[in-house]
Design a protein. Structure first.
Length: 207
Protein backbone atom coordinates (compact mmCIF):
# COMPACT_ATOMS: atom_id res chain seq x y z
CA UNK A 1 0.00 0.00 0.00
CA UNK A 2 2.85 2.38 0.83
CA UNK A 3 4.32 1.64 -2.58
CA UNK A 4 1.04 2.57 -4.25
CA UNK A 5 0.83 5.80 -2.27
CA UNK A 6 4.36 6.65 -3.34
CA UNK A 7 3.51 5.97 -6.96
CA UNK A 8 0.40 8.15 -6.80
CA UNK A 9 2.49 11.07 -5.58
CA UNK A 10 4.09 11.03 -9.02
CA UNK A 11 1.56 13.16 -10.87
CA UNK A 12 1.86 11.62 -14.37
CA UNK A 13 1.36 8.17 -12.82
CA UNK A 14 -1.68 9.43 -10.90
CA UNK A 15 -3.22 10.96 -14.02
CA UNK A 16 -2.54 7.80 -16.03
CA UNK A 17 -4.22 5.67 -13.38
CA UNK A 18 -7.29 7.93 -13.40
CA UNK A 19 -7.60 7.44 -17.14
CA UNK A 20 -6.93 3.70 -17.07
CA UNK A 21 -9.71 3.03 -14.56
CA UNK A 22 -11.99 5.66 -16.08
CA UNK A 23 -12.14 7.92 -13.02
CA UNK A 24 -11.51 10.89 -15.28
CA UNK A 25 -14.82 10.25 -17.04
CA UNK A 26 -16.57 10.38 -13.67
CA UNK A 27 -15.09 13.81 -12.97
CA UNK A 28 -16.05 15.07 -16.42
CA UNK A 29 -19.69 14.24 -15.69
CA UNK A 30 -19.49 16.38 -12.57
CA UNK A 31 -17.94 19.40 -14.26
CA UNK A 32 -20.76 19.43 -16.79
CA UNK A 33 -22.61 21.33 -14.04
CA UNK A 34 -20.33 24.34 -14.55
CA UNK A 35 -21.21 27.16 -16.92
CA UNK A 36 -18.83 29.67 -18.54
CA UNK A 37 -18.22 32.78 -16.46
CA UNK A 38 -18.84 31.13 -13.09
CA UNK A 39 -16.63 31.14 -10.02
CA UNK A 40 -15.60 27.62 -8.97
CA UNK A 41 -14.19 26.26 -5.73
CA UNK A 42 -12.58 22.81 -6.03
CA UNK A 43 -11.84 21.24 -2.63
CA UNK A 44 -9.44 18.32 -2.85
CA UNK A 45 -8.48 19.25 -6.40
CA UNK A 46 -5.27 17.20 -6.47
CA UNK A 47 -3.28 18.10 -9.60
CA UNK A 48 -6.51 19.36 -11.27
CA UNK A 49 -5.56 17.58 -14.49
CA UNK A 50 -9.11 18.16 -15.75
CA UNK A 51 -8.75 21.94 -15.58
CA UNK A 52 -8.41 22.35 -19.39
CA UNK A 53 -11.84 20.72 -19.76
CA UNK A 54 -13.61 23.24 -17.52
CA UNK A 55 -15.84 25.73 -19.37
CA UNK A 56 -14.01 28.96 -20.06
CA UNK A 57 -13.83 31.69 -19.01
CA UNK A 58 -14.13 31.04 -15.29
CA UNK A 59 -12.64 32.04 -11.95
CA UNK A 60 -11.15 28.93 -10.31
CA UNK A 61 -9.89 28.30 -6.77
CA UNK A 62 -8.37 24.88 -6.04
CA UNK A 63 -7.44 23.56 -2.58
CA UNK A 64 -5.46 20.44 -1.71
CA UNK A 65 -3.14 19.38 1.11
CA UNK A 66 -0.62 17.69 -1.19
CA UNK A 67 2.12 20.17 -2.13
CA UNK A 68 3.35 18.03 -5.03
CA UNK A 69 -0.08 18.08 -6.66
CA UNK A 70 -0.59 21.80 -6.06
CA UNK A 71 2.85 22.72 -7.42
CA UNK A 72 2.15 20.67 -10.55
CA UNK A 73 -1.21 22.38 -11.08
CA UNK A 74 0.20 25.86 -10.44
CA UNK A 75 2.93 25.37 -13.00
CA UNK A 76 0.52 24.28 -15.72
CA UNK A 77 -2.73 26.07 -15.01
CA UNK A 78 -2.07 28.87 -12.54
CA UNK A 79 -2.80 32.40 -13.70
CA UNK A 80 -4.95 35.44 -13.24
CA UNK A 81 -8.17 33.42 -13.20
CA UNK A 82 -6.90 30.18 -11.61
CA UNK A 83 -5.38 29.99 -8.13
CA UNK A 84 -4.17 26.88 -6.32
CA UNK A 85 -3.77 26.71 -2.55
CA UNK A 86 -1.85 24.11 -0.53
CA UNK A 87 -3.64 23.50 2.75
CA UNK A 88 -7.01 22.69 4.26
CA UNK A 89 -10.11 24.52 3.16
CA UNK A 90 -11.11 26.07 6.47
CA UNK A 91 -12.96 29.12 7.78
CA UNK A 92 -10.01 31.43 7.12
CA UNK A 93 -9.77 30.18 3.53
CA UNK A 94 -13.53 30.58 3.08
CA UNK A 95 -13.36 34.21 4.20
CA UNK A 96 -10.69 34.92 1.59
CA UNK A 97 -12.88 33.85 -1.33
CA UNK A 98 -15.42 35.74 -3.44
CA UNK A 99 -18.97 34.37 -3.67
CA UNK A 100 -18.82 30.90 -5.26
CA UNK A 101 -21.20 29.61 -7.93
CA UNK A 102 -20.08 25.96 -7.88
CA UNK A 103 -18.26 24.01 -5.19
CA UNK A 104 -16.73 20.72 -6.34
CA UNK A 105 -16.23 17.92 -3.79
CA UNK A 106 -15.03 15.11 -6.02
CA UNK A 107 -14.24 11.89 -4.21
CA UNK A 108 -13.94 13.60 -0.85
CA UNK A 109 -16.90 12.90 1.45
CA UNK A 110 -16.28 9.15 1.71
CA UNK A 111 -12.92 9.95 3.31
CA UNK A 112 -14.57 12.00 6.07
CA UNK A 113 -16.54 11.10 9.20
CA UNK A 114 -20.11 12.34 9.62
CA UNK A 115 -18.90 15.22 11.77
CA UNK A 116 -16.19 16.19 9.29
CA UNK A 117 -18.68 16.00 6.41
CA UNK A 118 -21.09 18.31 8.21
CA UNK A 119 -18.32 20.81 8.91
CA UNK A 120 -17.20 20.80 5.29
CA UNK A 121 -20.71 21.00 3.85
CA UNK A 122 -21.59 23.87 6.19
CA UNK A 123 -18.45 25.68 5.10
CA UNK A 124 -19.19 25.02 1.43
CA UNK A 125 -22.73 26.30 1.90
CA UNK A 126 -21.45 29.46 3.56
CA UNK A 127 -19.44 30.57 0.50
CA UNK A 128 -22.18 30.04 -2.11
CA UNK A 129 -23.54 32.91 -4.14
CA UNK A 130 -27.34 33.16 -4.59
CA UNK A 131 -28.29 30.23 -6.79
CA UNK A 132 -24.97 28.50 -6.13
CA UNK A 133 -24.66 24.73 -5.77
CA UNK A 134 -22.33 22.05 -4.47
CA UNK A 135 -21.51 18.99 -6.58
CA UNK A 136 -20.12 15.86 -4.95
CA UNK A 137 -19.38 12.33 -6.09
CA UNK A 138 -18.26 9.43 -3.94
CA UNK A 139 -17.82 5.69 -3.89
CA UNK A 140 -20.97 4.14 -2.43
CA UNK A 141 -22.78 0.95 -1.53
CA UNK A 142 -26.04 0.41 -3.39
CA UNK A 143 -28.43 -2.56 -3.74
CA UNK A 144 -28.02 -3.17 -7.47
CA UNK A 145 -24.21 -3.32 -7.56
CA UNK A 146 -22.58 -6.60 -8.52
CA UNK A 147 -19.88 -8.51 -6.70
CA UNK A 148 -16.96 -6.69 -8.29
CA UNK A 149 -18.51 -3.30 -7.66
CA UNK A 150 -19.19 -4.18 -4.02
CA UNK A 151 -15.65 -5.44 -3.60
CA UNK A 152 -14.38 -2.14 -5.00
CA UNK A 153 -16.55 -0.23 -2.50
CA UNK A 154 -15.42 -2.42 0.40
CA UNK A 155 -11.75 -1.95 -0.50
CA UNK A 156 -11.81 1.75 -1.33
CA UNK A 157 -9.15 3.84 0.44
CA UNK A 158 -11.95 5.92 1.94
CA UNK A 159 -12.96 4.76 5.43
CA UNK A 160 -16.50 6.14 5.24
CA UNK A 161 -18.08 4.66 2.11
CA UNK A 162 -21.84 4.99 2.65
CA UNK A 163 -25.16 4.10 1.10
CA UNK A 164 -26.84 6.92 -0.86
CA UNK A 165 -29.38 7.57 1.89
CA UNK A 166 -26.59 8.21 4.39
CA UNK A 167 -24.87 10.72 2.09
CA UNK A 168 -28.22 12.40 1.44
CA UNK A 169 -29.01 12.63 5.16
CA UNK A 170 -25.71 14.43 5.76
CA UNK A 171 -26.36 16.83 2.89
CA UNK A 172 -29.82 17.72 4.19
CA UNK A 173 -28.27 19.05 7.38
CA UNK A 174 -26.79 21.90 5.34
CA UNK A 175 -28.99 22.26 2.26
CA UNK A 176 -32.68 22.55 1.55
CA UNK A 177 -32.38 21.05 -1.92
CA UNK A 178 -30.52 17.76 -2.46
CA UNK A 179 -30.70 15.68 -5.62
CA UNK A 180 -28.69 12.54 -6.19
CA UNK A 181 -28.18 9.63 -8.51
CA UNK A 182 -26.17 6.43 -8.65
CA UNK A 183 -23.54 6.27 -11.38
CA UNK A 184 -22.34 2.78 -12.22
CA UNK A 185 -21.35 3.08 -15.87
CA UNK A 186 -18.56 5.67 -15.80
CA UNK A 187 -15.46 3.68 -14.94
CA UNK A 188 -13.86 0.78 -16.81
CA UNK A 189 -13.85 -1.33 -13.63
CA UNK A 190 -17.37 -2.04 -12.29
CA UNK A 191 -17.90 0.49 -9.51
CA UNK A 192 -20.78 2.41 -7.94
CA UNK A 193 -20.76 6.12 -7.14
CA UNK A 194 -23.25 8.54 -5.62
CA UNK A 195 -23.39 11.98 -7.21
CA UNK A 196 -25.21 14.81 -5.43
CA UNK A 197 -26.27 18.32 -6.34
CA UNK A 198 -26.86 20.45 -3.25
CA UNK A 199 -28.40 23.94 -3.20
CA UNK A 200 -30.42 26.32 -1.02
CA UNK A 201 -28.28 26.49 2.15
CA UNK A 202 -30.44 26.17 5.24
CA UNK A 203 -27.97 27.43 7.88
CA UNK A 204 -27.66 30.78 9.60
CA UNK A 205 -25.41 32.12 6.81
CA UNK A 206 -28.42 32.00 4.47
CA UNK A 207 -30.49 34.36 6.60
Amino acid sequence: MEGLKGLLRHVPAYVLLQRVVGADRLRYRCIEEIRPGETVLDVGCGPAYYFPSLPQPLNYHGFDTDATYIDWAKERFGGENASFHCGNFDEAAARSLPPIDVVLLLGLLHHLSDEQCSQLLNLAASVLSPGGRVISVDTCFEPTQGRISRWMSENDRGEYVREPAAFEKLALRSFGQVEGKVINDATHVPSSYWMMRMAAPNGSWAE
